[in-house]
Design a protein around this ligand. Structure first.
Ligand code: OXD
Ligand code: MN
Length: 586
């Protein structure tokens, strides 16, 4: 093992003063020991083991249930490097304000040292992290979400000092003393005061997105909040599609989509459902790996109707956090199939009946489950060189304006579409729900540097690739006059994927050019078969000139805050879009 790891662990323990230091090997025996320990101290509760073998429930502190973006900081030397998209804390202030919170934080606790690898064992693109944590729950989750233990230590034999240190302590779990800090210059992570996945499983958002985005900028690759799916056409042709969606906008459902046209040969398989690391291959295409090995998915809304593959994946070996439980030890959440049980224990551990009118499961309750249990896992999900991406979808939750799908005209236009995408907020982060916010490339909460520089990096990556992916925007969430979603979504999104496939392969003319981009015809998405009225089909695919003029103005105002740093190309794209819209008769 690299001696730098031992030196860092020593240094950390001299501040945190744990009673014991345990180096984790990721073995089954170690996991069983930890589970036993967590069952005895009530960190985990046993579920009905006949129904949910080797699966457990964790109830978090009720004030620690989601990512806390206002307590998440980028500690670059200057504020400009962090950008208007991030909270910034100068490194000296971090030392003064946050480091003291780690002092003696682990007294009376065990400090676990968790070596982990992000990416497949043999991939040249995979990278090592070491998380030190005083939470056994974090260790058990990291074991599912990453390749943990010996495989990472083996990798260190080659990578030497190229690893990312992440220091995590539950602290006292108070939001008043909670900080999630990222130091892009030294590539370090400090997280204190939260046990919530996105704040505490440091391999995920903190490393694989925030720190890795900086590494990617410096080293010529990209770390993105993208699912990766494998799309198979009836003739056996395979295409890989990536998709960026803000948290809790159906990303996991799309990545695990079960095609209603499976018998015709249209199939979807999952490569990844949250994060994607992209390198330009020698063939000029984007090659992507999924750095994770598990899914940390939102439970509510997951059912055999919306995501049968997820329901099958979570049958066993799964940690559920903040879901409700039935009297006979089965998990339950809102949106699950079947009738609502007449009584439950809710996510807080209190008796619950439907009359209570409160959610039984927390809206951001989660499952942590191994990718290998996904019945639709792609056989290429661990390919060492990754899979070649032919299309990128940018999607948000928009009740109006943005059509079901459109294709951008070229790479730079596509980057503009990603840079200006917006979405109504969800429960995945604390704060108001349903507020429209710009969330470029779904990376707003996850980028480790200035967004304007990031857009430049996107533009550059496209120029470096002779064959970059086609870029599309999708929106499953348009609402009709009755307030209901127009598009059925879920499995039926396969119709949209099919059109994407045909577009990329240049196989169809079922499309129409608009000022915003290329949209499908109503028949290309099977509007009639789905029983949509012609008005509904129009609403799904129409470009409302006035709404778009307002949209473009708002996009411009958003871009303005990046000032001089904004790539001129994006401003030019905005002007061209405006021109195209103004040519449409009012
Ligand atoms: C997630 C998120 O948990 O994006 O994946 O919040
Ligand atoms: Mn995510």
């Amino acid at each position: 093992m690299a001696s730098s790891v031992e030196a860092w662990v020593d240094e950390v323990s001299q501040t945190t003063h744990p009673d014991k230091v345990v180096w984790c090997d990721g073995s089954d025996a170690e996991n069983e020991r930890l589970i036993g320990q967590m069952l005895s101290d009530d960190t985990l509760l046993e579920l009905n083991q006949d129904v949910h073998p080797n699966s457990y429930l964790h109830r978090s502190n009720p004030h620690d249930v989601a990512r806390t973006e206002h307590l998440t900081f980028i500690c670059s030397t200057t504020r400009e490097e962090a950008g208007p998209n991030n909270n910034w804390m100068p490194p000296a202030e971090a030392q003064e304000r946050v480091w003291p919170l780690f002092k003696d934080a682990m007294r009376g606790r065990t400090m676990y040292v968790v070596p982990y690898l992000m990416g497949p064992a043999e991939s040249p693109y995979s990278k090592v992290g070491i998380e030190v944590t005083d939470s056994a729950y974090v260790v058990a989750n990291m074991r599912i979400m990453t390749r943990m233990g010996q495989v990472a230590l083996d990798r260190l034999e080659h990578d030497g000092d190229d690893w990312v240190p992440g220091l995590h302590s539950l602290g006292d779990l108070s939001p008043d003393r909670r900080f999630i800090l990222h130091f892009p210059d030294t590539r370090q992570i400090w997280s204190v005061g939260s046990g919530y996945g996105g704040n505490a499983l440091l391999g995920k958002k903190c490393y694989a997105l925030r720190i890795a985005s900086v590494m990617g900028r410096d080293q010529g690759w990209m770390a993105e909040h993208l699912l990766i799916l494998e799309l198979q056409a009836p003739d056996g042709d395979v295409m890989y599609v990536a998709g960026a969606f803000p948290s809790a906008c159906g990303k996991t459902n799309l990545a695990m989509l079960r095609s209603p046209f499976e018998d015709q040969g249209w199939r979807v398989r999952t490569v990844g459902e949250d994060i994607c690391w992209i390198n330009v291959g020698p063939d000029g295409r984007f090659w992507a790996i999924n750095p994770e090995s598990g899914y940390f998915g939102v439970a509510p809304g997951t059912s055999y109707h919306t995501n049968p593959n997820a329901m099958e994946t979570v049958q066993s070996n799964t940690i559920f956090t903040n879901v409700a439980v039935t009297d006979d030890g089965r998990v339950w959440w809102e949106g699950m199939d079947g009738p609502v049980p007449s009584q439950l224990t809710d996510w807080l551990g209190n008796p619950w009946t439907p009359e209570d009118g409160t959610p039984a499961a927390h809206p951001n309750s989660r499952f942590t489950t191994p990718a290998t249990q996904n019945p639709a896992l792609s056989s290429h999900w661990e390919d060492t060189k990754g899979v070649p991406i032919s299309a990128i979808l940018f999607g948000g939750r928009r009740s109006t304006t943005v059509p079901l799908i459109y294709r951008s005209f070229d790479w730079a236009h596509g980057v503009y579409v990603g840079a200006t995408m917006a979405s109504e907020t969800t429960a995945a982060a604390t704060g108001a729900v349903g507020v429209l916010r710009r969330d470029p490339m779904a990376m707003l909460p996850f980028l480790g540097y200035n967004m304007a520089d990031y857009w430049r990096h996107w533009l550059d990556m496209g120029s470096r690739a002779s064959n970059p992916p086609a870029i599309f925007q999708v929106n499953w969430f348009q609402r009709g006059e009755d307030g209901k979603f127009i598009w059925p979504g879920f499995g039926q999104n396969m119709r949209v994927l099919r059109w994407v496939y045909e577009q990329v392969r240049g196989k169809n003319g079922n499309s129409r050019e608009t000022p915003v981009g290329i949209v499908p015809t109503a028949s290309a998405i099977g509007a009639e078969e789905l029983g949509l009225s012609s008005q509904q089909a129009d609403a799904l695919l129409a470009i409302d000139r006035d709404a778009w003029l307002k949209e473009v103005e708002d996009q411009g105002a958003y871009l303005d805050q990046y000032g001089e740093r904004l790539p001129a190309e994006l401003r030019a794209q905005q002007r061209r879009l405006l021109d195209r819209l103004q040519k449409v008769p009012a």
